[in-house]
Write a protein of this length. Sequence first.
Length: 332
Amino acid sequence: MTRNAHVLREIAETPWAMRPQALAQLVELVAAGADEDDIHERMGVAAARPARRAGTVAVIPLQGVIRPKPSLLAMLFGAGGGGLLSFRSMLREALGDEQVTGILLDVDSPGGLVDLVPEVAAEIRAARGTKPIVAIANTFAASAAYWLASQADELVVTPSGEVGSIGVFVAHEDWSRFDERMGVTTTLIAAGKYKTEGNPLEPLSDEAREAMQAKVDEYYGMFVADVAKGRGVSEKAVRGEFGEGRMVTARTAVKLGMADRVETLEQAAMRLVRGGGHSRRAEHQQPEPAVTPPAAPVEAAPQTSESEPLLVPGAERLLARRTVRKAFEPAA
């Protein structure tokens, strides 16, 4: 039926932390047999940006459909082919590099599969306090992408950016009536009571629906718990005040406590180069903690050598701006 049938099966069989609209568009394009260039154009996905440096700040991309590891799906939809394993490797390298004084997570993703997301989220959160880690929605951090970005010391949104879509879902397609009209009868021969549960060749049973809902609820609980820990709020606040599955614009996100500030990528990078990567999450914390734990270590992050000598007033700002601009110039 389609040359991407195996990709469609992968889409249908796994839980997604992704905007439903984006997933529906993926399914439509894959089912139509669209090639990689057409998919990138229709999905509005640019070629994956490589990890790069802005002075002593490591800029690590998190783009496209989030996948745990390299796959055809990741390569088709702009995640650069490396998936979360590649992202985690870049993060670990930056954390272990003595020349890196700050880390900027450059996020532009509609979300993706939940596989490996909780593990990577926990690793980002555990790294707080070692070096300033700032995540920026540039311009989109939806669902699984927000799950990860919310674990940074600070979450920034570009002026036209959006964050949120907190939720998990599974898509099930019932092809039985279509097959019946086409005169096709498929017989499933299996061992194991639930082996063929949820297959697309017959209507979804109540028992299968309950099992799928239980799995979705479990992943959603993990999602909510991690966002609550990352943002320093209660799980109740995440469930009821963080968009309830909707995307939220930049200034509204800051007002709700879903993000810390509105800033461009270059501004965030320059601030980190100058040693200004401290978190403002204290404004959104629950009243019981007197001091936000990561605040002291982050503020004490080492300054760049460029920012120490002040030859003339404003020299630090000029040096930092020049370094940041050079880092974001297109490759020749």
